[in-house]
Design a protein around this ligand. Structure first.
Ligand SMILES: [Cu+2]
Length: 236
């Protein structure tokens, strides 16, 4: 009997008495500037059992993807795309360690953050989560029949099919085969209006384009999260 009581006491001690709830906001700074998109706070230290809620601070597109997590985490932690002010995504953290996350549409603009649960992970104790896998898989299975694996999560994951877009030319480097565009939102990829540098396929002639031109274009996934322009024409 005494043994049983002791076991119960140990179990109680291991369970956090008061799990806390935290909020991280996803912010678009309308004025642009050096930090147009960010999470706030972008660093958080919590205890196992605590819950973090990500909340969209305005009408804009953001999401949350955990890209590097403790090895014992066996699921992809990822929110659907959020578009409306006040939209939320919550996750309860139970595995201790260091978690790194980003907003997929704004990753390249530095929209990312870190959550430490209990104790920071040492080097080698975390793993990359494969949110790139989907694109690579589709790329690998890019057969002549054009069939794609069924998409059970099309709301949450940007699709890896070709995508159409429109936008305005910011700059062109025809010799380098790159073009910077301020593109309009691309719904099928979950991308908001953004400035992005694209590589153009060799078949695309960039020499006739200049700053300020309105363009329509087709993007093709080329592995990971990268897309190349495979067709380009003037006008929207
Ligand atoms: Cu974002």
């Amino acid at each position: 009997m005494r043994k049983l009581i002791l076991t119960t006491a140990l179990m109680l001690a291991a369970t956090p008495a008061f799990a806390k709830e935290y909020t991280i906001k996803e912010v678009t700074n309308e004025d642009g500037g050096a930090k147009p998109y960010y999470f706030t706070p972008d660093k958080l230290v919590i205890k196992p059992g605590d819950t973090v809620t990500f909340e969209n601070a305005q009408e804009d597109m953001h999401n949350v993807m955990f890209v590097n997590v403790p090895k014992a985490v066996d699921e992809m932690i990822m929110s659907p795309m959020m578009e409306k002010k006040g939209e939320k995504f919550s996750y309860k953290f139970t595995v201790p360690g260091t978690y790194q996350f980003h907003c997929h549409p704004h990753e390249e603009m530095g929209m990312k953050g870190t959550i430490i649960v209990g104790k920071a992970s040492k080097p080698g104790e975390t793993k990359e989560m494969g949110h790139h896998e989907k694109g690579e898989k589709t790329e690998a299975s890019h057969g002549h029949d054009g069939t794609e694996a069924p998409d059970h999560d099309s709301k949450a994951v940007p699709t890896a099919a070709n995508a159409q877009g429109t936008g305005k030319v910011v700059s062109v480097d025809a010799a380098d085969g790159t073009i910077k565009l301020e593109h309009d939102p691309i719904k099928s990829l979950g991308w908001p209006k953004m400035r992005m540098l694209f590589t153009a396929d060799k078949s695309v002639d960039l020499s006739g384009y200049k700053q300020g031109d309105f363009v329509s274009f087709t993007l093709k996934p080329v592995g990971g999260d990268d897309y190349a322009i495979i067709a380009l024409k003037k006008g929207k």
